[in-house]
Design a protein around this ligand. Structure first.
Ligand code: ATP
Ligand code: MG
Ligand code: MG
Length: 292
């Protein structure tokens, strides 16, 4: 269950409950200007937004209006365009893109002192008793790097290059219960449920995703960054449907002399994020839905 409505947002004199599908609840609040929100400052993310505002991807990300101090004065926020503000009772879906959701450096750090973790072994067993090896069963523990790699295989992340983080439907109900939604069929069922009653949204999503893909092809930002944990935010209502790239808190510039094509298999150290694997699968799933 999504814990929600951290605040009410006002736009065109309407007040509506704002929807947050991921992240900590305390990370967001209403912005000082209408149609904006504040997200807790992360300097990595600020750096990305500064570059994005001058990149061909600009129309596909929320407008960045700069850094502002919170009214309490103790912390700073990114002021961003509220992507929900042009919609009436929007349906919202957050899909986290990529074949992994941790940075290479996070995996490397986890490998430094690979202690056996009983808690991670137990979490693993809860989801799939057959997941640990005989050896791990005997030791009743798994290492953190082993757990991190395994965790991406229980959702669609490892196989399809994206996973659903959360969905808010038109009836106001929402769920974050997609941690083990893994197969193309399971994903399609969730997408059907999400677009149920809004058939116009599917072709609009396909068109926009294809435009995103074409723009990524010519984007300097995309060519020079590793995009980890970033999402595509899908929003539709009775009249419109649109998609934006959000969340660049774990998007980092590639090390010098390293290039990726965002479409190749990830091997530890090659920095491939699988962003285009996820995007291509998203397009193909929506196209199949349209044909059926
Ligand atoms: P996490 O890293 O856990 O994904 P986070 O703290 O980095 O979370 P985001 O992923 O950027 O936060 O955003 C969390 C949620 O807030 C999104 O799923 C979406 O529902 C909402 N959201 C974020 N940015 C915007 C925006 N510009 N307009 C409207 N909604 C947004
Ligand atoms: Mg996110
Ligand atoms: Mg994030």
């Amino acid at each position: 269950i999504v814990q929600w409505t951290p605040f009410f947002q006002t736009y065109k004199k309407q007040r509506y409950p704002w929807v947050q599908l991921a992240g900590h609840q305390g990370n967001f609040k209403a912005g000082p200007d209408q149609g904006t929100i504040l997200k807790k400052l992360c300097t990595k993310e600020e750096k990305c937004f500064k570059i994005l505002m001058r990149d061909v991807l600009r129309p596909y990300v929320p407008e960045f209006r700069g850094v502002v101090g919170g009214d309490d004065g103790d912390c700073e926020y990114l002021q961003l365009q509220d992507l929900l503000s042009d919609f009436i009772s929007p349906c919202v879906m957050d899909c986290k893109i990529g074949v992994r959701t941790y940075l290479e450096e996070e995996l490397a750090k986890a490998k430094e002192k690979p202690k056996l973790r009983k808690d991670m072994y137990e979490k693993m067993c809860q989801i799939d008793k057959c997941a640990p090896t005989d050896e791990e069963h005997r030791l009743k523990g798994v290492t953190k790097p082993r757990y991190m790699v395994w965790r991406e295989t229980i959702s669609s992340t490892a196989m399809l290059g994206f996973r659903i983080e959360g969905i808010r439907r038109s009836d106001g109900t929402s769920s974050k219960d997609f941690k083990t939604t893994r197969t193309r069929e399971q994903i399609m069922k969730a997408f059907r449920d999400f677009t149920d009653g809004f058939p116009h949204a599917i072709p609009k999503y396909i068109q926009r995703l294809k435009a995103v893909k074409a723009t990524l092809d010519s984007s300097t930002f995309f060519a020079t960054h590793e995009m980890i944990g970033s999402s595509l935010l899908f929003v539709h209502d009775r009249f419109n449907a649109n998609v934006w790239l959000i969340d660049f808190a774990k998007t980092v510039s590639l090390p010098e002399n390293t290039t990726t094509d965002h479409n190749s298999k990830w091997i530890v150290g090659n920095h491939e994020d699988g962003y285009l694997i996820g995007l291509n699968n998203l397009i193909s799933i929506f196209v199949t839905m349209l044909e059926q």
